[in-house]
Design a protein around this ligand. Sequence first.
Ligand code: PMP
Length: 360
Amino acid sequence: MSTQILDNALGGVGHTPLIRLDKIAQANGLRCNLLGKVEFMSAGGSVKDRIAKAMVEAAERDGKLIPGKSVVIEPTSGNTGIGLAMACAIKGYSVIITLPNKMSLEKEALLRALGAEVVRTPTEASWDSPDSHIGVANRLQREIPHGIILDQYRNVNNPLAHEFTTGPEIIEAVTSTPSTTSKPSSEKVDVIIAGAGTGGTITGLSRAIKKKHNPDCIVVAIDPKGSILAQPESLNGVVDDGQYVVEGIGYDFIPDVLDRSDVNTWIKTVDDESFSAVQQLMKTEGLLVGGSSGSALAGALRWLKTEEGQVVANTPGKNVVVLLADGIRNYMSKSWFLKIAMEQEPSPLAATITQLLSRK
Ligand code: PMP
């Protein structure tokens, strides 16, 4: 993060830290380095700030946005919307966000506080239905003068933002931290793991790392059960109602910006393991991460137990980077969070407190 005065909040997008997850590594018997790229520390609170900034700036360069006139409309699971609403608040464009019902109240409230209009859409509407978040955004764009959809599902600036910022930041952190006897390092990104929604993050990271840094890097993408992004197809199984609670990853169509040839392996995750991984990240590493970060960690730990993963897991100095996409403050009202926060096993300290306070 810069120590100089920034022109506005967009200067605080990205530049996030790479943090050792040593306790989790130890608890899982890993000898490799387990590292978290902590994206909730970006100005808008998620990895998607980066693409929002990149898409708005590219549209401005192309003369597609007119301050005071343009209405930016975007279907999103919330975080791209927050990044866009932030950029547009600063730059003077109106914003409409279409958001499936399952997405948290915190995201809607934040969007509204940033000045965006929010239209909720049925979660169960398939992507090509006129009622889905994508369908409603298209309908609004056709009717609203100066309405423009920057379209994170197709916009090349989505993967490019990660190829030009997220990836190089990870590479820089890993190459500029020297190997020592107590903290051995290959000084390379050996494995990168991230959840896939639009797929922009995993595609851009893969390109940045494989093209310019380590062509042998193993790229692992995480897809929730109920989504159809994973390959081979058989991994997706029978998708009954396709419902899962975790937000921001998984889809019922393959977005154009997801290049599955950039991914080496897919891991499918379920809600429960994602939420217990969030709890583990909070309680043992003090990291205030959101649900999809739990999916990424749970998937990472599962991959490290596969035959290929075991080789990495048992090699000191191998760097395994897990992308932690957003923060828990997006989800504080969700029942899964309240459960992990409020329904913990009573601790010995709690018993002591009760005993002390009951003394007359
Ligand atoms: N996690 C969260 C919380 C997200 O909001 C998103 C974006 N939909 C992702 C992961 C996945 O990122 P991407 O769209 O780049 O695949």
